[in-house]
Design a protein. Sequence first.
Length: 121
Amino acid sequence: MKPAIKFLLILVLIGIIVLLFLAKNLEPKTSVPIGNITNLSLGKFILIEGNIISARQYNNDTFQVLTLQDATGIIKITLNANPESNLTQNLNFSKNYSVKGKVIDYNGTLEISADLVKELG
């Protein structure tokens, strides 16, 4: 094989690796109103903000379902949690929260599978 072809193949492989890394690690920068989340959002990672209006724990506190509300709507947030974190016990329902996660369909209802739930200032 010619050296130029080898070089181009290596360059293509490096490019693919960089793209895969960026796709996994790029975070959404702006918050999306809950009312704007549609079926077109399925599979996309988004950032939303709002008030948590309910929280439930399942499976020995390792799976949590939060309900988040903003001025445009309400959506359920699913979260696999470390039982020691006691997220639902530490929630302050008077504060705003930021949620980063992937839009999923659960039994015909859009939800967010959260990677991060963070209290805002």
